[in-house]
Write a protein that binds this ligand. Structure first.
Ligand code: ZN
Ligand code: ZN
Length: 177
């Protein structure tokens, strides 16, 4: 959702609170694309602090479908996020180079805040290191591909080779940032 906040920029100590709808349908990162099930709209407060900083604060929930690391079944992973950001409005040139990137990521030159990008960033920093459909997920047979939670197969499993165990969690490797 795009939120015009030019009035907050131009008036010292102005504060607004808006209902924010999460509009992005999927979370896309270098790990892939993950469908988003949006929750309730959340309140976002944008405050101009003495013409020096913009403070963004809010709290919300979003659910992202992420495949189980072992069996690839989609898992609804809830994210509760707390936004608490201070973005400098006036910057010395050196600070501007360091900090403008962050402001520019969310607010464009027309003073329009991209709330989806804000939520995207929250999902990114809260991304789980491991996703399992259940703690004892049996995973997929490495030989025939059967989902061992749903069925058994006739493959010789024997003692799980430790190298196979690593293989089962191979999807984790893509998650290490
Ligand atoms: Zn699983
Ligand atoms: Zn099998």
């Amino acid at each position: 959702m795009k939120l015009d906040i030019s009035d907050v920029y131009s008036l010292d100590n102005k504060e607004i609170t808006r209902k924010v709808h999460i509009e992005m349908a999927e979370f896309q990162s270098r790990q892939g694309k993950f469908p988003i099930q949006t929750g309730e709209p959340f309140d976002l407060t944008i405050a101009n602090e003495e013409g020096k900083r913009l403070r963004l604060s809010g709290e919300g929930d979003v659910t992202v479908q992420i495949p189980c690391d072992r069996c690839l079944q989609e898992v609804d992973v809830p994210f509760h996020f707390v936004i608490e950001k201070e973005i400098p409005m006036e910057l010395s040139s050196q600070e501007a180079e360091d900090d403008n990137d962050e402001a520019a990521a969310f607010i464009d030159e027309e003073r329009v805040l991209d709330t989806d990008r804000l939520v995207f960033h929250e999902i990114l920093v809260n991304w789980p290191t491991k996703v399992l459909c259940k703690s004892d997920c049996k995973g997929i047979c490495p030989k025939c591909g059967t989902n061992l939670n749903l069925a058994t197969c006739d493959c010789e499993q024997g003692e799980l080779d430790p190298r196979m165990a690593q293989f089962q969690d191979v999807f984790n490797k893509f998650k290490e940032v």
